[in-house]
Ligand binder design. Structure first.
Ligand code: GLC
Length: 734
């Protein structure tokens, strides 16, 4: 028995050694041209005959965006039987939040504060994508984003480092399963390495200016977590940080990713990013771009064709060594070995497809339900036995927009929209009048009709927000206010006196203070995916109790961006009691307003803070206890608190544990999320919730750029959002 266990332990090591031996022998047989071919990745949507010719000549290592398993197998057969080195291709696709069955956008999945559910969703997506021949997905996106003007905030897990880290790891585990070689597993690709979400002005692709400390403190940890979870690949980011494009940043790719973290997977450039080194002004020409990217550590060239066109010349001229090329090729071959492609290159054409099945729809529905955040409720929700409700707004029946950005294969015919679900469930008791056709629509000609209908209804459910095209890559907004005549529509409906429930579908936090004032209740559903309508209908009618929490701070005005909870104190923090602009006296003397860090017209606080979300029940926290009020290095701190459901129905609360380090060799954020825990309680029930912290959780990159916990005073808070909760002091001794 012992021998068996020992063999089991040794197996991964044995397999890895076997892989390297096979790779050595392959490299020994390949020409330099074939090696360059392995580093070349192209879009498969071009002319298929040209693609087949490239494959036949061994000039392609990976093909993107071919999702017909029959075609995948045909191309794979050419690679395995007709190309010189007989090396299989790896087929890739952006499977970011589902394949055909769409999950909520990642920002919405982050709002679940439920990594286990996010992992289930990724597993479901992998089952659908691999059935179509996809074995490499360009996800998770783990870019910290503190600026809602940036369209790609939709694609990541929000502003917080810890939340992005746990969610990115969950997606990696979901995609890659227990065995990467399992045909239903696909390689994950954590992206975009790194700091891309800090684009200046929230304008996509813009330069970033992050210090090494900011990189290491906030932006790198989610990637490190993904790598530690076994992520098979990393994608470089488009941005130049501090003047060096990430695709050619040796410090990041070689020193940190491979040197410090020991990452031995593939680094793939983003689309055309090797070529963009010339546009950045960082490379003199395409050949120079090839040298700079490859020697920095970018193994595979996505879609710019620079590697395949230049590597042989560069080795011949001595600007590249064959050993440098071999190092990159080895990692590509290793990825293919780990995927099992050398032994099992073909996609089994499923006798019975799992894609779009009930089990997958159920996962999508649960994810949509847990992603919805209840922001306000003046008693209107859940809807009781209504006689009539009016459903209105441009997002009430928007099967395309509801799926959100990066819906590459999502089936809009499958989309359950709120309007259709509510109509199907409640028939004539639901009157649906969109009143606006899409979020930017300014045609108010139907406002009178919808207002008349609202006047005689028990409530209006108004679906507002943004079209999918206004979110995602290259879709930054300078203004976060609602587009078109949406606010005017809400004003018109609120004026009827009938309670209006505003339900937002969006890919970012929007600046909605006026809309929240005018509404009797507010739900934020992000772009909730295929089953969004079912989930929202369940929440509206009380069949489900909302439990979502905000993964990003909500601004009162666009000008507050970037906005995030774990900010520096500054030397003059706002007290929160500053005069609102309308109360500033005329001819006021210069110093009457004090001297603190806030906006005269927007204050210092968000409209809704990170981690915020209400429920149909109420909760109370009590009895915060720490196992010690002073700990030493390498100690463990046990924290416990009692959560009670003080309301009249079952509910789930996502508890959050924050720590504040009151001083260090560098300034520290006013708060940092360190743990989350979802707890479901029956009415009246209570539970003692336990957390464990170690001094590693208190470590940060000090003035000397060393990662360690420094002695000093701390405050620990357990709360239901980032602005409130029970706190207790503790200290870390020398
Ligand atoms: C895009 C995106 C990247 C995506 C890639 C392939 O430009 O930046 O996230 O994976 O190209 O589609």
């Amino acid at each position: 028995m012992k021998r068996l266990f020992f063999i089991f332990l040794l197996c991964p090591v044995f397999c890895a050694a076997q892989h390297e031996t096979r790779i050595d022998s392959l490299l020994g047989r390949m020409t330099l041209h074939e090696k360059a071919g392995q580093l070349n990745q192209l879009d498969g949507r071009g002319t298929i005959d040209q693609l087949k010719e490239l494959i036949r000549r061994g000039e392609l290592g990976s093909v993107m965006n071919v999702m017909d398993p029959v075609m995948v197998n045909e191309l794979q057969r050419i690679a395995c039987e007709e190309s010189p080195a007989r090396i299989p291709l790896v087929f890739a696709r952006d499977v970011v939040h589902g394949f055909k069955t769409m999950l909520p956008i990642p920002l919405g999945q982050a709002a679940t504060f439920d990594p286990e559910l996010v992992k289930q969703g990724a597993r479901m997506a992998a089952a659908e994508a691999t059935e179509h021949g996809i074995r490499w997905s360009f996800a998770p996106m783990a870019d910290i984003s503190r600026d809602a003007r940036w369209g790609r905030i939709a694609e990541g897990f929000g502003e917080d480092t810890y939340l992005n880290a746990v969610m990115a790891a969950a997606v990696v585990e979901g995609y890659q399963g227990k065995e990467l070689a399992d045909p239903s597993s696909m390689a994950a690709c954590v992206k975009h390495f790194v700091g891309y979400g800090a684009a200046e002005g929230g304008r996509d692709y813009n330069a970033t200016h992050l210090t090494e400390r900011q990189m290491r403190e906030f932006y790198l940890p989610p990637f490190h977590e993904a790598v530690q979870a076994g992520c098979a690949s990393v994608m470089t980011a488009f941005n130049d940080n501090d003047g060096i494009p990430c695709t050619a940043n040796r410090f990041l790719l070689h020193d940190v990713l491979r040197g410090e973290w020991g990452f031995d997977g593939v680094v793939v450039s983003d689309w055309g990013a090797v070529g963009e080194l010339v546009t950045h002004g960082y490379a003199g020409d395409r050949a120079d771009a090839a040298v700079k990217a490859l020697t920095a550590g970018t193994d595979m060239d996505m879609s710019s064709k620079i590697y395949i066109e230049n590597i042989e010349k560069l080795v011949a001229s001595g600007r590249l060594t064959e050993a440098e090329v071999d190092a990159a090729v080895r990692r590509v071959l290793r990825l293919k070995m780990r995927l099992g492609l050398f032994d099992n290159p073909y996609t089994e054409i499923a006798a019975r497809s799992v894609t779009g099945g009930d089990a997958h729809l159920a996962v999508a529905r649960k994810a949509a339900e847990e992603s919805v955040v209840l922001l306000a409720n003046r008693g209107t929700l859940p809807l009781g036995n209504f006689k009539k409700i009016v459903v209105a707004g441009p997002l009430a029946d928007a099967p395309h927009d509801q799926l959100g950005t990066w819906t590459m294969d999502g089936d809009t015919a499958q989309t359950r929209t709120p309007a259709r679900v509510l109509k199907a469930r409640y028939g004539k008791r639901v009157e649906f009048i969109p009143a606006l056709r899409y979020s930017r629509d300014r045609d108010t000609s139907d406002f009178a009709r919808v207002a008349a209908a609202a006047a005689g209804a028990d409530a209006v459910i108004l679906f507002l927000g943004e079209e999918a095209i206004l979110t995602g890559e290259a879709h930054s907004l300078a203004g976060l206010e609602l587009q078109g005549a949406q606010t005017a529509l809400l004003e018109r409906l609120a004026a009827t006196g009938t309670p209006v429930v505003a339900v937002f579908m969006a890919g970012r936090p929007l600046a909605i203070p006026r809309e929240c004032t005018l509404s009797s209740a507010v739900l934020y559903a992000w772009h909730p995916g295929t089953m969004g309508g079912e989930a929202i209908a369940d929440i509206l009618t009380g069949k489900a109790n909302p439990s979502g929490k905000l993964p990003a701070s909500f601004p009162r005005m666009s000008g507050q961006s970037p906005l995030y909870y774990n900010h520096s104190s500054t030397g003059r923090p706002a007290s929160g009691k500053e005069k609102p602009i309308e109360q500033i006296p005329v001819n006021a003397r210069q110093s009457v307003l004090g001297h603190s860090s806030y906006y005269l017209d927007a204050g210092s606080k968000p409209l809704f803070p990170f981690g915020f979300g209400l429920s149909y029940t109420t909760f109370e926290l009590g009895g915060l206890t720490l196992s010690a009020d002073s700990i030493s290095q390498n100690d463990t701190l046990r924290v416990s608190v009692t959560l009670r459901n003080t309301g009249r129905r079952e509910g789930t609360q996502a508890l959050q544990l924050y720590v504040r380090d009151h001083g260090g060799s560098v300034t520290r954020p006013v708060k940092e999320l360190k743990r989350i825990a979802r707890v479901t309680l029956a009415p009246g029930a209570s539970e003692r919730v336990e957390f464990t912290l170690t001094t590693a959780d208190l470590a940060f990159w000090g003035a000397d750029m060393r990662l360690r916990a420094e002695p000093g005073k701390f405050t620990l808070t357990v709360g239901m959002d980032s602005q409130s909760g029970l706190s207790a002091p503790f200290s870390l001794a020398e």
